[in-house]
Design a protein around this ligand. Structure first.
Ligand SMILES: Cc1ncc(COP(=O)(O)O)c(C=O)c1O
Length: 487
């Protein structure tokens, strides 16, 4: 694809991300009044996952299943081949996996976490088995611990520095990795997990050079590398932007270099290919055989894996489109635009800008709230209240309790404002910027939250909370004072 196309300069010198697509299908949005937004918060247990979209203006909860689909994807859905077994749609997808990810054995699953379930089930053999990883993702951790495993996160210290200019905060700490393997014994390590564009620390990528070094260690100890490729396209895009060796490389080259260094690749197709579904792929027949039986057990027959054939077609086209830099670049460019605009106003954001979303540092914005009252959750609900924009808490609410039931506090308390691929316009991004500036100026009005209903697993999805005081009412009153009749 034409890499040059993503760097279009404006004569006036302004740094504006230019959309390289046109919008042909639109969906009307509602911005409900602030009074209704407050009611909606109480109805949803101050948990943005539980809001209904009727009450949401810009849905920045996630990019999972919310990226815009292309005309090519939609048209491919019309020639899907409905069959329980042996569907031609599956073979088109298998070929796309082979062409794009360069792995010949492919197992379809209904979404990313299903792959995590199968891999953890297959490879965690005994209680206490340890999975070293650059950083955890919520569902990956839940599945590993479900099967008795443990994890250790091995990032460099810089990764925890929210305001940084390190280009690859998702890099695995190589020295620590080797030390952990020696200490734990390779027989107690089922695999090493690398996550492309580490989601929970602000969508931060790893470099190809770092992955090569992880590969070197894995080979020295005979360990496998499992890659979570859900955000691989974006990681590859940032490699081209930030790793000099790849400045002139194509997306196809970077993606195949990364996948070539890993033994097992799994992904959420809701993200990677802007469709639905997921998959696991490998070049080793032994691995394929080790995992194959789990597909009919948990997902469906091997040629559909719980995914509708129409989505399988969309997934195949979406995988090819991942190689198009102009398709991948819009979201990271919007994120950089928003992060740069907010940092220019001294609002603490995760830097450098990553992928998936813009991440606001709730620990600093809400430093007057104790961490035990969930700063990120409080900021997410306050931001929804004053804007109608639904972000996601990525902090201690998203953490799980330890084996003794104690709260474990997150390294970072972040409000993630997801920017799905090719969904929003620049004026909508500017609206987010404007409301975030107002909220920052009024941040002392934000108060804490407490759980009133806490599910035992993945509590952030359905948990119910309430404010510790009447801070939401006071914040609304200030909003009305400043904005008058404006929604
Ligand atoms: C990095 C990463 N891995 C795995 C998953 C799980 O995928 P899914 O939501 O399709 O189950 C996600 C989803 O957000 C993700 O971001």
């Amino acid at each position: 694809m034409n890499k040059k196309a993503v760097h279009i300069k404006f004569y006036g010198g302004e740094n504006i991300p230019l959309e390289l697509h046109k919008v042909r299908v639109v969906q009307k949005l509602n911005l409900v009044p602030v009074e209704r937004r407050l009611e909606a918060l109480y109805e949803s247990g101050f948990n943005t996952f539980r809001l209904t979209t009727n009450d949401v203006f810009l849905d920045m909860l996630t990019d999972s299943g919310t990226n815009a689909m292309s005309d090519m994807q939609l048209s491919a859905m019309m020639h899907a081949d409905d069959a329980y077994a042996g569907s031609q749609s599956f073979f088109r997808l298998q070929k796309a996996v082979e062409d794009v990810l360069r792995k010949k054995y492919f197992l379809p699953v209904h979404q990313g976490r299903a792959a995590e379930n199968i891999i953890a089930n297959a490879y965690i053999r005994k209680k206490g088995d340890l999975i070293p990883m650059n950083y955890h993702f919520t569902t990956a951790l839940a599945h590993i611990t479900q099967y008795g495993g443990r994890i250790v996160e091995l990032l460099y210290d810089e990764a925890y520095n929210i305001s940084s200019c390190h280009p690859f905060k998702g890099n695995m700490n190589i020295e620590k990795l080797e030390a952990v393997i020696k200490e734990t014994g390779k027989e107690n390590i089922p695999f090493i997990r690398m996550e492309a564009s580490t989601n929970l620390i602000g969508g931060q990528p790893f470099s190809v050079q770092n992955l090569r070094e992880v590969r070197g260690i894995a080979d020295r100890y005979g360990l496998r590398i499992v890659l979570d490729a859900s955000l691989l396209g974006e990681n590859a895009y940032l490699v081209i932007q930030r790793e000099p060796e790849f400045a002139d490389a194509s997306m196809a080259d970077v993606i195949s270099t990364i996948t070539g260094l890993c033994d097992i690749i799994y992904f959420s197709a809701r993200k990677l290919s802007s469709s639905r579904g997921g998959g696991i792929c490998t070049n080793e027949l032994t691995i394929y055989r080790e995992l194959e039986a789990f597909i009919p057990l948990f997902e469906g027959f091997l040629t559909y894996g719980g995914i509708s054939v129409r989505e399988i077609e969309a997934m195949a086209v979406g995988l090819y489109e991942t190689l198009d830099e102009t398709m991948i670049c819009q979201s990271p460019q919007y994120i950089a635009y928003l992060v740069n605009a907010l940092t220019a106003k001294d609002i603490p954001m995760v830097t450098p800008p990553g992928v998936l979303g813009a991440h606001a540092d709730a620990k600093r914005i809400c430093e007057h709230i104790p961490q035990s009252q969930y700063q990120a959750g409080a900021l997410a609900t306050a931001f929804y209240l004053i804007s109608g924009v639904r972000g996601m808490e990525r902090g201690s609410i998203s953490n799980q309790r330890d084996e003794n039931g104690n709260e474990t506090y997150a390294d970072m308390e972040l409000l993630r404002l997801a920017v799905p691929r090719r969904v929003f316009t620049l004026s909508q991004v500017k609206y987010v910027e404007d409301r975030m500036i107002w909220l920052y100026e009024n941040r002392l009005l934000i108060g804490g939250l407490k759980f009133v209903y806490e599910p035992p697993v993945l509590r952030f999805f359905m948990g119910g909370l309430e404010p510790v005081s009447d801070w939401a009412e006071k914040l609304m009153a200030k909003f009305k004072e400043d904005f008058g009749n404006s929604l």
